[in-house]
Design a protein around this ligand. Structure first.
Ligand code: ADP
Ligand code: ADP
Ligand code: MG
Length: 658
């Protein structure tokens, strides 16, 4: 076996690879940029080699620096992780020339599959069913329109080199193509340095189902079943699971066979993923092959018990696969939630910053479920603008799907992050949705279920009780410490304008009696002290974790996706409180605000111009994505406050209407 491996990556995937290497007794070297000098991966690896400035083009993407780091440390092999150089055939070739083992497929397989146009041609020749479309390069907007009209709307405009949901646009009309084609081209150029574009039919309301394959250098290829990744926003996965609730044994076998046939045709000799879009009727079409370890590989590991990183290392070393297809079985169900530094309340736009608090749930196996959190960050670390805004990948496993979902809901409750926007409340909301629980998924799921965006969920009756009980418990503790003479039993709890009279008593458990209807809540096992942002307890026998913080008049309490401001007042103050006028929010209806921090690429309107609702007003680039900002209503432009080249903050006013 190798004695030392260099990891040409960062963040959670570098940490993930180090863990397997340690278990296998292999020493690790990690390369790092300026931004990652103090990272968890650098701390965990046996050695670290500095390779340059934060932008990936000056560090993680520079083959020379990575090869030099191998020479310097004597590493015999390179694991590229995902992203960066992982699907770069030139880099894999270069490694071979330098006598360094590339832990991934051979360069020929990367070349044939790494490019969406080439891989579709190849797949079609291998009798794999592919999405109908134009399998070739598109020259310009006029050509794009001609092709789109031949295929028939809706179509999808895609960068051949695309990945991570970047360089993709759906076009429903000719105008969408006129706008989308240049945008995808620019995005592809910025993100991949390759602006070849193709167009295919957009399959409406499909599901994303992919097959994990694994090959060795002795001609064996097996598949490790499927993952379903239909819960996506911006064509990028947020929740994945294995197996897929869509597939039956016959479809699973057929999809697995096509994936293995494709892998075999291309001489595949490592871990890889064959992605399909599937209809609700279980028809399926090849999308692309990812010739690398996949972000969501943990769910496959959880249902098969196979360590994919270990298998990649072993096959790169020349070992034959230790199992045949017939030895593999699906055990239980696994779900993965990608915890992103993004703001679900603002259309999931990136929200970078420092992890002022970072408290993940406990990992491990209990009688009922397994919790796994793949992370590469610690409290105090920064999620920077230079790399992927993923914070961690939270996975749960249980014998049945429902139990895995319940375990995920609980684990998300226990996950506490402060300092930046993050999508935990959103993920928790999905876990509680009946449609998700029944497995009726589609890539439109988020659009269907959250048509007006995500604003949290209304508290359920249980959550309202929970919030009242938590507020009373906090209020009691704080009063006892600060002004014990004010301690009393009778209070008024106000939430969302509704007042409830309660009697709070503290014995073995804290009891909260609602005086209007005589109902009594019992709160036990409280784990909270002033200043702590999480409140754990058991309410009427149900364990929960709530996120709590003091608010101007009371407490802001969040449980899963529901949050509310709860006031605990004496009856007299509650009466006075009712007489206060409610606060008015500022009127922004006559403005176009930047929904995120970013760079103004173009500002397309001028003072005096009449703009129609839906018309493009500006293009803002953030995290290498071009976002078209549209007017929400008709209006005449009164002022333009930004210009191309400006940096703007979130909520900055771009344009004002008269
Ligand atoms: P990436 O390389 O960014 O992963 P993919 O080609 O795999 O790009 O597409 C990403 C996602 O976009 C898919 O998971 C799927 O949800 C959606 N998608 C891609 N192509 C189509 C299509 N032709 N019809 C419908 N949805 C598609
Ligand atoms: P998958 O199809 O596996 O979900 P994606 O295409 O969504 O994969 O993700 C692969 C993407 O991961 C890359 O395109 C890149 O944006 C991102 N990435 C690259 N390096 C890292 C990293 N170290 N940590 C997290 N994400 C990364
Ligand atoms: Mg994909």
């Amino acid at each position: 076996m190798f004695s030392k491996i260099l990891i040409a990556n960062r963040g959670e995937i570098a940490v993930r690879i180090i863990k397997t290497c340690r278990r296998m007794g292999i020493a690790t070297v990690v390369v790092y940029s300026d931004a990652d000098a103090d990272s968890m991966a650098v701390e965990m690896a046996d050695e670290g080699v500095f390779i340059g400035a934060a932008p990936a083009a000056q560090s993680y993407l520079v083959a020379d620096k990575i090869i030099a780091a191998c020479r310097e440390t004597g590493a015999e092999a390179i694991h590229p992780g995902f992203g960066f150089l992982s699907e770069n055939a030139g880099f894999a070739k270069r490694c071979a020339e330098e006598g360094i083992v590339f832990i991934g497929p051979n360069p020929h397989a990367i070349e044939a599959m790494g490019d969406k146009i080439e891989s579709k041609k190849f797949a079609a020749r291998a009798n794999v069913s592919v999405v109908p479309g134009h399998v070739g390069e598109i020259d310009d907007t006029a050509h794009a329109i001609r092709i789109s009209e031949e295929i028939g709307y809706p179509v999808m405009i895609k960068a051949s080199a695309g990945g991570g949901g970047k360089g993709i646009r759906v076009a429903w009309t000719r105008q969408d193509v006129e706008e989308g084609f240049p945008a995808v081209k620019a995005e592809a150029k910025a993100s991949f340095g390759d602006d070849r574009i193709f167009i295919e039919k957009f399959i409406e309301s499909p599901r994303h189902v992919e097959i994990q394959v694994l090959g060795d250098k002795h001609g064996h290829v097996v598949h490790l079943f499927e993952r379903e990744c239909s819960i996506q926003r911006r064509n990028q996965k947020v929740i994945e699971e294995a197996p897929s609730p869509l597939l039956d044994e016959t479809t699973r076998a057929a999809m697995g066979a096509q994936a293995v046939a494709l892998a075999q045709a291309v001489g595949y000799d490592s871990a890889g993923t064959v992605e399909f879009v599937a209809g609700q009727d279980k028809s399926f079409f090849f999308l692309e092959m990812n010739t690398r370890l996949q972000v969501e590989h943990p769910v496959t590991e959880l249902i098969t018990g196979i360590d994919l990183v270990e298998q990649m290392i072993r096959s790169a070393h020349g070992e034959p696969l230790p199992f045949a297809q017939g030895d593999l079985k699906i055990k239980g169900w696994a779900i993965e939630s990608r915890i992103y530094a993004e703001d679900p309340y603002r259309g999931f736009l990136p929200s970078i910053g420092r992890l002022v608090r970072y408290n993940p749930p406990a990992e491990g196996e209990t009688a009922k479920a397994t919790v796994r959190n793949d992370a590469g960050v610690r409290e105090g670390d920064e999620i920077s603008m230079f790399y992927d805004p993923m914070i961690s990948k939270l996975s749960t496993w249980a014998p049945e799907r429902e139990a895995a979902i319940d375990a995920m809901g609980r684990a998300l409750e226990d996950f506490h992050i402060e300092g930046l926007g993050q999508n935990i409340p959103f993920l928790a909301a999905v876990m509680d949705q009946e449609r998700f629980r029944s497995g009726k998924l589609s890539t439109n799921y988020i659009k269907d279920e959250f048509p007006d965006g995500f604003w949290g969920t209304a508290p359920t009756p249980f959550q309202r009780d929970l919030m009242a009980a938590v507020a009373c418990a906090m209020h009691r503790t704080l009063t006892r410490r600060a002004a014990p003479e004010l301690l009393r039993d009778d209070w008024v709890v106000i939430e969302a304008g509704e007042r409830r009279l309660v009697r709070v008593t503290n014995g073995e458990a804290l009891t909260v009696e609602f005086l209007e209807d005589g109902r009594t809540l019992r709160l036990e096992g409280v784990d909270w002290r002033p200043g702590k942002p999480t409140f754990r307890g058991v309410l009427d026998g149900r364990a929960f974790t709530a996120q709590v913080e003091p608010a101007p008049e009371g407490f802001r309490i969040r449980h899963r996706a529901a949050s509310a401001q709860v006031l605990v007042l004496t009856p007299r103050i509650a009466e006075l409180h009712e007489k206060l006028p409610p606060k008015q929010a500022a009127d922004t209806s006559k403005m176009v605000l930047s929904p995120m921090p970013g760079l103004v690429v173009t500002l397309d309107v001028a003072v005096g111009q009449l703009v129609r609702a839906g018309e493009a007003v500006a293009v803002i680039e953030a995290m290498k994505m071009q976002n078209i900002i549209r007017a929400e209503r008709d209006g005449t432009v009164k002022a333009v406050n930004a210009a191309a080249g400006d940096s703007v903050a979130a909520d900055e006013v771009l344009v004002e209407f008269a």
